[in-house]
Design a binder for this molecule. Structure first.
Ligand code: DC
Length: 230
């Protein structure tokens, strides 16, 4: 059966990665979390003093060739984890410290060019489910299946808040909600590749629907699209 490219875009904490990961596992496809790549570059920028209290975007851009990103499967869980210059940073890139700065780094043209090229290379043989913000619009505009996930900011912040509490982060719900809203604003208004629904993407709102139920629908839909291309 011919393999296709599946683009999953949408706002932060809409369950994109949960759906995309399960879809990839069910179809035997590769899963790529492009948010992890923007987060890893942000961690590099924080660790090297390029962002934070004072921003040195030019300095960061100059250092881009030195940033090596790799997804490596965890031997125990089988899940792929992000490595930044040889170090496993999977946990660190999900902290609020990184979330607070990531939209700023993701708005830098040179950063996007580098990461988009890597993403296109990863998906060149199809058989991939990639989640992000610009996958259906910029990275794979010809993807056979494009999904656009939404949910209300309050529902998304509640999910994110629970995840962070489970990881032992000390955050307030208000702070998480503010971060979700602020990232929505920056991600959808930036001049380069803003977050927007591709014309041919199918929108799924999961404010009132469990991710399990939604996954079943999307999986059935994906199988139909793959079947059509046979
Ligand atoms: O999916 P996430 O929340 O982990 O993504 C982190 C940030 O990275 C998000 O605020 C916007 C940015 N991003 C992007 O600009 N383009 C992508 N393809 C993926 C993420």
């Amino acid at each position: 059966m011919g393999k296709i490219t599946i683009a999953v875009d949408g706002y932060s904490s809409t369950g994109k990665s949960t759906i995309a990961k399960r879809l990839a596992a069910a179809l035997g496809y590769i899963y790529v979390d492009t948010g992890a790549m923007y987060r890893a570059v942000t961690l590099f920028a924080l660790n090297n003093g390029f962002i934070g209290t004072q921003d040195d975007i030019l300095g960061l851009v100059k250092q881009l060739p030195k940033i090596k990103l790799k997804f490596v499967p965890n031997k125990e869980t089988g899940r792929s984890e992000m490595y930044l210059n040889g170090k496993n940073v999977e946990e660190e890139i999900r902290t609020m410290k990184v979330s607070r700065q990531v939209s700023k780094v993701a708005a830098i043209g040179e950063v996007r060019t580098k990461l988009v090229e890597m993403q296109q290379q990863m998906g060149k043989d199809k058989g991939i489910v990639m989640d992000g913000r610009d996958i259906g619009t910029v990275v794979f505009p010809d993807a056979e299946l494009k999904l656009f996930m939404t949910a209300s900011p309050e529902i998304r912040a509640t999910r994110r808040y629970k995840e962070l509490l489970d990881k032992g982060e000390k955050v307030t719900f208000e702070e998480v909600l503010k971060n979700v809203q602020e990232r929505d604003r920056i991600d959808s208004t930036r001049s380069i590749s803003p977050l927007k629904k591709a014309k041919d993407a199918i929108e799924f709102d999961n404010s009132d629907m469990g991710l399990e139920e939604q996954f079943e629908r999307i999986h059935e839909f994906a199988k139909r699209v793959i079947g059509k291309g046979r």
